[in-house]
Design a protein around this ligand. Structure first.
Ligand code: PMP
Length: 336
């Protein structure tokens, strides 16, 4: 008798996420909008993919040895991905995070057994910035590697090799547009490159939050930002190694209010509880869908990323007092 197929192990649960058609956004755009449910990864976000690829790459290069340590600077989700991959493979984790990120992400990292170091939020040029602090800690720690998600292109390779082919297969080769926001840029660059390899004509759009510099870079060639955003994990001010050569055809700038509008509608109309970067991505997907329809493509299919679970932001965008303090609209069903 043939032996049964082996059951998957934890790391096999990363990727192969479901794709859902989003009714409200599709109706608004006049064409089909799809969301890739990255919150179903075991760490609850799209960053599990980058964590797995970065660690496997370091192992393959002989940089990470048994019992070693992975050090990373992160808004939180990459840290959570690294901690669970490291636990599954027997490595230790040290995470450096700016102290203005959600309490839930810090609590999750501590619960996973990561050593958590918080630093004040600063500009990238400041030597105390979480990225520079994490690099220094990695250099000072015996047997440690620095994951370096911003400039380590194993990050975007995760999306070239997994997210893009999954989207192509799930949509049976009928996809006309893709958009998402950039933190490291790994997702937009990797999915963009991966999809263009299947079909050059797929329109790749960057969706940029306020306060980030990439919209102006791709629109006018200048890295300049305007305004600000409370969205965690997105908003980049430089061309990271992951963003270099990314095939961006068009770009949109989306406000926190627009992003929150879609977070609220996806929750109420589709039962999806998501973080703000997902709402901003969906707003961008609606804008891209409308652009394709205006170009005569009523049958267009646009995909975006539903990056992480809203349960990670119960103390922020799902908290009435927090929203009010930030001057943002409060979901009408939330009370103090
Ligand atoms: N959304 C959230 C919530 C994130 O944590 C991140 C990762 N920083 C992103 C979006 C952006 O992903 P990437 O780093 O691949 O650009």
């Amino acid at each position: 008798m043939a032996s049964p197929a082996p059951l998957p192990r934890t790391l096999d649960l990363i990727g192969n996420t479901p794709l859902v058609r989003l009714s409200g956004p599709s109706e608004e755009a006049g064409c089909d909008i799809y969301g890739k449910c990255e919150f179903t990864n075991p760490g609850g976000s799209v960053k599990d993919r980058a964590a797995l690829w970065i660690i496997r790459d370091a192992e393959a290069k002989g940089l990470l040895k048994p019992g070693g340590t992975v050090v990373e600077g992160t808004a939180g989700n990459t840290g959570i991905g690294i901690a669970l991959v490291a636990n599954a493979l027997g490595y230790k984790t040290v995470i450096v995070m700016p102290d203005n990120q959600s309490r839930e992400k810090m609590d999750t990292l501590r619960a996973l057994g990561a050593e958590l170091v918080t630093v004040p939020p600063t500009k990238f040029a400041n030597p105390c910035h979480f990225v520079h602090t994490s690099r220094r800690l990695a250099e000072e720690t015996e047997g440690a590697i620095w994951a370096n998600q911003f400039d380590n292109t194993a990050n975007r390779k995760a999306h070239i090799e997994s997210t893009a082919p999954e989207l192509w297969e799930q949509l049976e080769g009928r996809i006309d547009g893709f958009t998402c926001a950039a933190g490291t840029g790994g997702t937009i660059a990797g999915v963009g490159l991966g999809l263009k390899a299947f079909d050059e004509k797929i329109r790749i759009a960057l969706t940029d939050p306020h306060g980030a510099a990439l919209y102006n870079y791709y629109a006018h060639g200048e890295l300049e930002s305007e305004g600000s955003s409370v969205a965690e994990g997105i908003g980049q001010g430089r061309i990271t190694a992951n963003l270099e050569g990314s095939p961006i055809d068009t770009q949109f700038r989306i406000s926190d209010e627009e992003g929150l509008h879609w977070v609220a509608r996806l929750l109420q109309e589709e039962g999806l509880c998501l973080g703000l970067s997902s709402g901003i991505n969906v707003a961008g997907a609606v804008a891209l869908g409308k652009q394709l329809v205006a170009d005569g493509r009523e049958d267009a299919r646009v995909a975006t990323i539903l990056c992480d679970t809203g349960f990670r932001y119960l103390s922020t965008i799902y908290d009435a007092a927090w929203l009010r303090a930030k001057g943002l609209p409060v979901f009408e069903w939330l009370t103090d």
